[in-house]
Design a protein around this ligand. Structure first.
Ligand SMILES: *Cc1c(COP(=O)(O)O)cnc(C)c1O
Length: 354
């Protein structure tokens, strides 16, 4: 009999990814939509599930879903790859294009899962530093990419957890300088004014990753996808497990696309509320940064961030505590909720800080 052996040496080096799920009245910590999906979608899904031949494997190519997404974005179905959440899309990209002996570049601070999944797949992480206002310094980026020649370069636009989206100029400059594949994570793309989707073409080494988790109010469904060159999609299909997308999920994702106006209405409410939160934060003793997403990063100036986080929790308001994250000392991140939730957060924060 063998022994209970330790995990791979390189996995022992870092901690897993956690976001505490505390039982509170107002949860503004994981950037989900505060609104459930439309009731008509739930009804259509329930009816459709009754028709699924559950004794058979699901349709492997997810034809309907990919055709629907291709129609949504004006591309071909062969330019769409879907998986169990956009995190699995990122993992599949790293399995196909990263791995031992290869490098993935990113500009910190950014979405923690980019470096986390890179490490799990044995891909070396090359981290560039953002400016103090969290923008990307293009000269520094060009140097980094020239020095390390990464196979994959990650951008996140709008960037989680800092909020701002990248301009077309920045994305084009990085595309120009990157020696390999550029991955633009647009988990919050619908909240922003511009999308890198318009740059996607079969001869451009760019993929844009999107998710149903945020704007489509479907975090529980675990569905994400990318739009990119057909040869990249073909490579990802080779790496993905057979039948990785179950029949219910394919149906849920296809049906959701019938409710685009409802999705856009929810996005519009959130964007308006984001403006209201930003305006109130501007009058409080905090440092804040502009956001094109459904969350805002802020740093209490006169009071310790851990203490503010705890006092918010005492008032049953949960925000994300980024205070101990590298390059984000003293920062908290709040997700835009319903107007009532946002008012409760702002009232609580005002009381704590003044
Ligand atoms: C929330 C988020 C995702 C979503 O991941 P899913 O696996 O699709 O739920 C991806 N990227 C970023 C930057 C995010 O903030």
């Amino acid at each position: 009999m063998g022994a209970l052996i330790p995990v791979r040496d390189d996995l022992g080096l870092f901690e897993g990814y956690h976001s505490p799920q505390v039982d509170v009245a107002i949860r503004l910590n994981t950037n989900e939509s505060p609104y459930p999906p439309p009731a008509a979608w739930v009804e259509a899904l329930a009816a459709g599930v009754g028709e699924i031949p559950f004794h058979r494997y699901p349709e492997r190519a997810a034809t309907d879903l990919r055709a629907g997404l291709a129609g949504l974005h004006g591309v071909r179905p062969g330019q769409v790859f879907a998986a169990n959440g956009s995190n699995e899309v990122l993992q599949t990209l790293l399995l196909a294009y990263g791995g031992p002996g290869r490098r993935a570049a990113m500009f910190e601070p950014t979405y923690a899962l980019h470096s986390h999944i890179a490490k799990i797949t044995g891909t070396a992480v090359v981290a560039g530093e953002r400016e103090l206002d969290f923008t990307i310094d293009l000269d520094g980026a060009r140097r980094l990419l020239a020095d390390h020649r990464p196979e994959i370069t990650f951008l996140c636009s709008p960037n989680n957890p800092t909020g701002r989206s990248e301009s077309r100029e920045v994305i084009e400059a990085v595309l120009d300088a990157a020696p390999g594949l550029v991955v633009v994570d647009e988990a919050y793309g619908q909240f922003a004014r511009w999308s890198a989707l318009e740059l996607v073409a079969d001869d451009v080494p760019l993929v844009v990753v999107r998710t149903y988790s945020k704007t489509w109010s479907m975090a529980a469904a675990r569905l994400g996808y990318l739009v990119g060159p057909a040869p990249v999609v073909a490579a990802l299909e080779q790496v993905a497990l057979p039948y990785h997308l179950d029949a219910m999920k394919q149906l849920a994702g296809s049906l959701a696309l019938r409710f685009k106006p409802e999705m856009e209405a929810r996005v519009a409410i959130v964007n308006e509320e984001r403006g209201r939160i930003a305006a109130t934060l501007a009058g409080l003793p905090v440092e804040t940064w502009p956001s094109d997403a459904n969350f805002l990063l802020f740093r209490p100036l006169a009071k310790d961030a851990d203490a503010v986080w705890k006092e918010l929790l005492d008032r049953s308001v949960l925000v994300r505590n980024c205070a101990s994250w590298p390059r984000l000392a003293g920062c908290l991140r709040v997700t835009v909720g319903t107007p009532e939730e946002n008012t409760a957060f702002l009232d609580a924060l005002t009381e704590i800080l003044t």
